[in-house]
Design a protein around this ligand. Structure first.
Ligand code: R5P
Length: 281
């Protein structure tokens, strides 16, 4: 049975339908002091716990769901983390810093036999888990919501996203690919060094793994607009869209924003359930 986290209900439902599994009844409530109570009400033999870890609360709930699944009888647990939070702090950038992705991976590993995650920021974070862990490529579904495009360029806003742009181009069925170079100044400030891509009168699809503050995408849209791109579409696997990220993109003049349901947002136009289902045992 599928055991769904509070923040991942839609995707868990899609996955249940896609994989032909039942959804377990999960009760959560708050104690007066704010702590969360979690109970799985069905008897389980195996469990697929599905929970993105967007917030600290999601992390705590995930660990509780794993424990509740064991208490409900599951002798094998697969943990599906469509969006793996803290993946960007994947090393100590300064002395004394927590390697947050490693710390959380170790904690999650204690409650599961296997982990599946979708397009983590760096695939190498899978090695921090103490159980077999697979990174599934979520970018393969991103071409789905795109309209018909005119002479398209699939553009990565930094070099690290080039493979994603190529995957989306291939899934769309044609077009050029290119990439910009990005330097991050602070949490929400970046500088983009554009390539000499010729985009005038062409549709451009920007592809990244995640939109967090929206600075990377908004600056890229600005550059492309200055270069007279016909329309600029923004697509990503994980539409985190923190704070005013969405309005930044609208102000920059984006034609549309598309993301997957790894994080439930209004732009979550396409589901990663089919690609996750392919990896279930
Ligand atoms: C960074 O390397 C990632 O691939 C994204 O480009 C980045 O996290 C996006 O962040 P933001 O939306 O805050 O610019």
């Amino acid at each position: 049975m599928i055991v769904a986290g509070t923040a991942t209900q839609t995707l868990a439902g899609e996955l249940a339908a896609e994989a032909g599994r039942d959804l377990a009844t999960v009760t959560t409530k708050r104690f007066p002091d704010g702590e969360r109570y979690v109970r799985v009400e069905d008897d389980l033999e195996t469990a697929i716990v599905v929970a993105s870890t967007v917030s600290d609360e999601d992390h705590v709930e995930l660990i509780q769901l794993q424990d509740a699944a064991r208490e409900a009888g599951a002798d094998r647990i697969t943990t599906v983390i469509p969006y793996l939070g803290y993946a960007r702090q994947d090393r100590a950038f300064d002395s004394g810093e927590a390697v947050s992705s490693r710390a959380l991976a170790r904690a999650i590993s204690t409650g599961t036999d296997r982990v599946l995650t979708v397009t983590p920021h760096e695939t190498a974070v899978c090695e921090y888990f103490d159980v077999p862990t697979t990174a599934i490529d979520g970018s393969q579904v991103l071409a789905g919501p795109l309209p018909e495009l005119t002479d398209p360029v699939f553009l990565a806003p930094d070099e690290g996203a080039t493979d994603l742009a190529v995957t989306v181009r291939d899934a769309y069925g044609g077009g050029e690919t290119d990439f910009f170079r990005k330097t991050r100044q602070s949490g929400d400030e970046v500088s983009i060094e554009p390539s000499d891509a010729s985009v005038a009168d062409r549709d451009v699809v920007l592809v990244d793994d995640i939109i967090a503050t929206g600075s990377t995408m908004a600056q890229s849209v600005d550059i492309l607009t200055d270069r007279e791109a016909r329309r600029v579409f923004v697509t990503c696997v994980h539409p985190l869209l923190a704070r005013n990220a969405y309005s930044k993109l609208v102000r920059a003049g984006v034609a549309a924003v598309y993301g997957t349901d790894s994080i439930e947002r209004t732009v979550s136009d396409v589901s990663v359930a089919p690609v996750i289902a392919d990896h279930l045992e």
